[in-house]
Ligand binder design. Structure first.
Ligand code: NAD
Ligand code: ZN
Length: 257
């Protein structure tokens, strides 16, 4: 193994860090069988995202029907997926008491299912494992709503107020959750190591989290198959698969001895 092996360099940074912030994107879940936005054959090849903005969802019953139709295709894939070695590596960093905070752009719930704690996990784009009424805010169990849709209720209504239910994810044009976003940026400003796993870093404000960490003086590790716009600012770039790379980084750091 060479001294400039990127996984080994990242492992060295992890070994000495005490306040790690991790940002994950769709790329950490592709090895679990959940396609990212860029994969050919993905949902966005078949639907035009500009037709599915939050404003359109609110305004049009047709859009709500299409939206729920797509969500009803993607939900079982996420529900039935298993966390992979990269999700597990994130859990090990938390168990080693090194994790300040995990910020995920994913809505698949796989981090928590792998064992990441609710206390330290920020779902900055919400979760597809819940549905929420956009009129009264009441949360609903997604499995129950899914069954209602399969039973023929194409645009399910809120049990509380009969208002419009939506998967509890943040759509294009929808306001970010304020408390969660502020907490993510505050953690990034305090961390002593920032690790990005499987994100193209094109979606803001999430992509601003590692930018904040770098501005605050933390080293940045990026684990991604493809280049990202933040690569020039990275201390260590790991171009590879998330599962294998993160397993090596955690093992070689010696944190779970
Ligand atoms: P993205 O699709 O824009 O980028 C994913 C990145 O991960 C790409 O650069 C790709 O090269 C890389 N990648 C894919 N598989 C990889 C692997 N096995 N190992 C290493 N790198 C890999 O994803 P994003 O940055 O998260 O932004 C897209 C938005 O879509 C986010 O808001 C996210 O919430 C949402 N989304 C979520 C899911 C999910 O919950 N699993 C799935 C699709 C999209
Ligand atoms: Zn309601």
């Amino acid at each position: 193994m060479s001294a400039d092996d990127p996984c080994q360099l990242a492992a060295g940074l992890l070994a000495s860090a005490e306040r790690v912030v991790i940002l994950t994107g769709a790329g950490i879940s592709t090895e679990s069988g959940i396609p990212d936005f860029r994969s050919p054959g993905g949902l966005w090849d078949r639907y035009d995202p500009s037709q599915l903005t939050y404003d359109r969802f609110c305004a049009s019953a047709d859009t709500r029907k299409t939206y729920w139709d797509i969500a009803t295709q993607s939900y079982p894939v996420m529900r039935d997926a298993e966390p992979n070695a990269a999700h597990q590596a994130v859990v090990e960093i938390e168990r080693a008491a090194k994790l300040l905070c995990l910020v995920t752009q994913n809505v698949d719930g796989l981090h928590q299912r792998a064992g990441s704690s609710d206390e330290r996990t920020i779902e900055i784009h919400g979760s597809a494992m819940r549905a929420k009424c956009i009129d009264c805010g009441m949360e609903h169990d997604r499995a129950t709503i899914h069954d209602r849709i399969l039973g023929g209720d194409a645009t399910p209504a809120c049990d509380g107020c009969a208002g419009r239910l939506k998967p509890a994810t943040i759509s294009f044009g929808q306001a970010m959750p304020e408390k969660e976003t502020a907490a993510a940026f505050s953690a990034a400003a305090q961390c002593d190591l920032m690790i990005v796993i499987g994100s193209s870093l094109v979606v803001y404000p999430a992509a601003g989290v590692p930018e904040m960490a770098v501005r605050s003086g933390a080293p940045l590790v990026i684990v991604n198959r493809e280049p990202t716009q933040l690569d020039p600012q990275a201390t260590v770039l790991v171009h590879g698969a998330a599962g294998e790379s993160m397993s090596r980084i955690v093992t070689e750091s010696g944190i779970h001895r």
